[in-house]
Every structure is written in structure tokens, then in C-alpha cells.
Design a protein around this ligand. Structure first.
Ligand code: HEC
Length: 396
């Protein structure tokens, strides 16, 4: 009862996080594309940077952008901030529910570093706060006006942080923190730069003062940074379901490849939306780091030794019973696990054989299972599972 109620809370939090995230990223994509597609029109108010015509949902829209501000305060203004704030609020809640309330299972991997639960949580939260201050300082430094340098130095530092995460957290924990860190920077951009600057502009307008164009420009800058990291951030969120992405010691390089690739592909779209023809080489340039990341995970996959002696099913059953069944049974015995996780049970021969590909993916290739290796599976046992699957996952 209790565990299902908690699962419901987790499901609703995740649902909300996802929906808010869709709204946020959707508006980021929309406004970047709108901004890029604005065409100057000399017949318009001199404050208008440009206009764009769009057709959607049975009507035509004439969009105009006032770079600094219109002459008067419009009676109704729609602000775009709650999609960002709620993505963060529910995302952070989810981080707490999944990782921080259960650090031993999800965040700590003794094979990486044997952290105490509260130390792991402390490092996680501190890294999110520190990451924002470091990024913000970088944007305010002289690098802030040199986008190419800022991106290069920013990515180099970010990859350093990925390396750090990979050496303190479990693979899953490292990936989710990479996403949470960038997501935190994105929402702080909205809450601490974009919206406050916009408020100053509105206050100036109301007071009849000429607003400072630097305020809007800084907001636009941060909003552009946010846009460029959207694709990789989503990757970190969904990669938790694909153990092969995060389970090696080189997982930080996988993240690096995805971040650089995602950035370049996003750039292709941003150029396209200006109406210019983007350089086609951006696609291969973006695809190569992602393909290298994929190749790395394939290369690192443990292979069943070709000459492995025949593995008897009884041996496999023994391994599964000893290493997996405390959690994956109709009535799990592991404290805190009230139901078989993800509905996966191994309490009959048929279930084990049926789920051989899953066992292979999670316990051999992915090494995500046993969770944090709490049951102490050995390399020889993983190899035996691999060999058994290689020999056709028979049941005799
Ligand atoms: C300490 C408890 C525990 C042990 C021991 C354990 N698991 Fe799991 N397993 C879990 C939990 C919790 C999940 C759900 C993870 C999630 O939410 O992504 C899970 C998920 C899985 C999944 C589904 C993964 C997915 O995302 O679809 C498979 C397959 C699996 N485990 C196999 C194994 C195998 C094989 C072993 C033994 C070698 C094992 N598990 C040992 C707790 C455990």
C-alpha cells in the first residue's frame, strides 16, 4: 500500500516535470525560431527590430519584436517563466524522491567511491549550486562577449564536471546530476537574469524612463545559452533507462560526445530558422561525436568468451537467486523494496529464461544490476551469465 502510494507520488511528480519541461523547451524552440525569422520592415515603428508572419490553427499572426521596449506599457503582458520554474521544482522533487531518499541504491556505487549517504547527497546539491555560480561568473567575465570562446571554455569545464561526477557517483547518479546541473543553470538563467532584467525594463517604461538595451541583450544571451543545451539535457534524462550509456568508467566521455553533438545539431536548426542555408557539415560534425560515444559503449561491452565452457542452467539459477531475487521476487526481502521493481521477477525458471535479454542488458552489458551491486555479484558470475545468454539461454 505505502510503496504503491509513494510510486503514485513519484509518477505524478515525473508526469508534471515532463509536461512542464515540454512547455519550457517548446517555448525556447519557438522563440529562438521566431527571433531568427524576424525581417526588418522600414514601415514599422523604429523600435521594432523586425516582424514575422506565421500561420497556425486557422489564422494568421503578425509578430513584431521590440528589441528594447515599446513606447508604452502594453495592457496585458504574458510572461514566460512558470514553465521553467515548475520544470525545476518538480525535477528537483523527483531527484529527491528517486536519488536523495535512497542514495545507497541509486546514487552510490561502492565500486566507484564508497560514500556515506549524506555525503553523496551533499556533494550532489553543492555541485548544483556551485555550477551555477561558476557559469554565471564565466558569463560576466570578459569571455561573456565572445560566444565561441565562452562555449569552448564552458564545455571544457562542463566535461571536467562530468569526469568528477563519474568518479564520485554511480553511473546513473552521474548522468542525472549532469542533467540536473545544466537544468539548474538554465532555470537560474530565467529566475536570476532574464526575468529580473525584464522587470527592470517594465519598471523603466512605467516610470517614463528609457530602458537600458543591455538588460534585454543579456536576457537574450542567457536564453540562447539555454536553447543550445536543450537536446543534451533531454538525453541525460532519458539515458537513465539505457544502462549501457552510463555504466562504464568512460561514461563521462559518452556525455561529452552527446553534449557537443547536441549543441552542433541545435546550431544547425538555429541557423536554418534565420532563413539562411545552414552549413550541411554541421550534421556530420554533430553526428560524429554522438556516434563515437555510441561506438565507445559498444567497444566497452563485455563479450562472452568464445570458448566458454557450457554453462548449466542450474548455475544461472543459483546466481540469480543469490544476487537478484532479494529484490526481483513476488515478495522482495530487500528493505525498502516492497514490490518487484519494474514488475520484474525471477522466481521461476520460465521467468528467468524469458527475461534473458533483460538480464544480459542490465547485469552484463549495463552493469546497472544488481543495483549498486549490493548483493556482491562477481565478475566470474557476470561472465557466466554472458556465456549462458551466448549459448542460447537454454533451461537445462
Ligand atoms: C537491491 C535490489 C535489486 C537487486 C539486488 C537487483 N535489482 Fe534489478 N532492479 C532494482 C530496481 C529498484 C529496479 C528499477 C530501476 C529503475 O527504476 O530504473 C530494477 C530494475 C531491473 C530491470 C529492469 C530495468 C529497466 O529499466 O527496464 C532488470 C532487467 C533488472 N533489474 C535485472 C536485475 C538482475 C538480473 C539482477 C541480478 C543480477 C538484479 N536486477 C538485482 C533493484 C534490484
Amino acid at each position: 500500500m505505502l510503496s504503491t502510494s509513494i510510486e503514485w507520488v513519484s509518477l505524478i511528480v515525473r508526469w508534471t516535470h515532463l509536461i512542464a519541461g515540454i512547455c519550457w523547451i517548446g517555448s525556447s524552440f519557438y522563440f529562438m525560431a521566431l527571433d531568427a525569422s524576424l525581417k526588418p520592415n522600414p514601415r514599422l515603428d523604429r523600435r521594432v527590430k523586425g516582424e514575422a508572419w506565421q500561420v497556425h490553427g486557422g489564422g494568421f499572426y503578425q509578430m513584431q519584436k521590440f528589441t528594447v521596449a515599446p513606447e508604452f506599457m502594453p495592457p496585458d503582458l504574458t510572461w514566460f517563466k512558470w514553465e521553467a520554474y515548475s520544470t525545476f521544482i518538480f525535477g528537483f522533487l523527483l531527484l529527491v524522491l528517486t536519488y536523495y531518499l535512497n542514495p545507497t541504491l541509486y546514487l552510490i556505487d561502492p565500486a566507484v567511491l564508497d560514500l556515506k549517504p549524506w555525503d553523496a547527497v551533499g556533494i550532489g546539491i553543492a555541485s548544483l549550486v556551485f555550477g551555477w555560480f561558476a557559469y554565471d561568473a564565466l558569463c560576466r567575465s570578459p569571455l561573456g562577449d565572445r560566444p565561441v570562446w565562452l562555449a569552448t571554455v564552458g564545455f571544457a569545464l562542463l566535461i571536467g564536471v562530468f569526469f568528477f561526477y563519474s568518479r564520485v557517483f554511480s553511473g546513473r547518479g552521474a548522468f542525472i546530476h549532469a542533467g540536473a546541473l545544466v537544468g539548474t543553470i538554465m532555470v537560474a538563467n530565467v529566475a536570476l537574469v532574464i526575468i529580473p532584467n525584464q522587470r527592470k525594463v517594465v519598471a523603466d517604461l512605467l516610470a517614463g524612463r528609457e530602458p537600458d538595451p543591455a538588460l534585454g541583450a543579456a536576457g537574450k544571451n542567457r536564453s540562447t545559452h539555454n536553447n543550445y543545451v536543450t537536446l543534451p539535457v533531454i538525453f541525460t534524462m532519458i539515458s537513465n533507462h539505457y544502462a549501457f550509456t552510463y555504466s562504464s568508467r568512460w561514461n563521462w566521455l559518452v556525455l561529452a560526445g552527446v553534449f557537443i553533438g547536441g549543441f552542433l545539431i541545435r546550431h544547425w536548426y538555429n541557423v536554418l530558422h534565420t532563413g539562411a542555408k545552414p552549413d550541411w557539415r554541421l550534421w556530420p560534425a554533430g553526428a560524429v561525436p554522438i556516434a563515437l560515444a555510441a561506438a565507445l559503449t559498444l567497444y566497452l561491452q563485455p563479450r562472452a568468451p568464445g570458448d566458454a565452457a557450457a554453462v548449466k542452467f542450474a548455475q544461472v539459477q543459483g546466481i540469480i537467486a543469490e544476487r537478484c531475487q532479494v529484490c526481483h521476487a513476488a515478495q522482495p526481502r530487500f528493505p525498502g523494496i516492497a514490490e518487484p521493481p519494474k514488475g520484474i521477477r525471477f522466481d521461476s525458471a520460465r521467468l528467468i529464461v524469458q527475461q534473458a535479454p533483460l538480464i544480459y542488458a542490465q547485469a552484463v552489458v549495463g552493469r546497472a544490476m544488481p543495483l549498486s551491486n549490493v548483493t556482491g555479484i562477481t565478475e566470474a558470475e557476470r561472465a557466466a551469465l554472458a556465456a549462458w545468454v551466448g549459448q542460447g539461454a537454454h533451461d537445462e
